[in-house]
Design a protein around this ligand. Sequence first.
Ligand SMILES: [Fe+2]
Length: 243
Amino acid sequence: MIDIHTHIIFDLDDGSSTIEESIAILKSAYEVGITDIILTPHYIDDGKNSYNNDGVEERVTLLKNRMQEEGIDIKIYLGNEVRDYGNIVDILEKTDAKTLADTKYMLVEFPMNNEINYIENSIYELKIRNIVPIIAHPERCYCFTKNYRLIKELAGEGVYFQVNSGSIIGRHGNEAKKIAKKMLKDGLVHFLATDTHSMKRNGYLDWEEVIKLLDKKIGRYMRKKLTIYNQRALLINEDLKKY
Ligand SMILES: [Fe+2]
């Protein structure tokens, strides 16, 4: 299985703090059968705090060396989780924010707690630059939970949605769980990912529980589509097959 949303580069964003923690997380991923991981540190410029890609390459080299020593056989790719405060054009044009694994797909998140009115405009700006948006954890964002119709509309326009595995089993509260389940039922989830940040917020520890539940609720084929097949298409920069 392939995880496209993680914060496990040590000492960089609000993800894992030390290389030891990163390695412990990666071991737990390997144990539950994760074969490929895209590292997606936050890319944020909100005028006050910012996260960027300074120091990423060095840390990833250290991490890969340690993984080899420890026998953790997982392929690693780079990307970002790009936060859009309505400044996506600046980010795309003036920064080194990365798409996922050098493909046309970009993981984009919107602020979680506010009503926002620029989503459609941002999607337009991404599309005219041939970037395919994957919206991170809509089930945790007020702008989508309060306006479910928007998820449907955007999906109809070729936007993809990534739901957090933890949301399905209630790790992010009842509202997120309810929306995640509804999205699964309506065929609006395209990628399931852990969004792992630390040993405390480690989605691999719940992974088997999530897989079992999905097999029961949506069936084995659809579960594989959301955890393996769509991710494979992404990694070779192909379009996702329709449901
Ligand atoms: Fe994230």
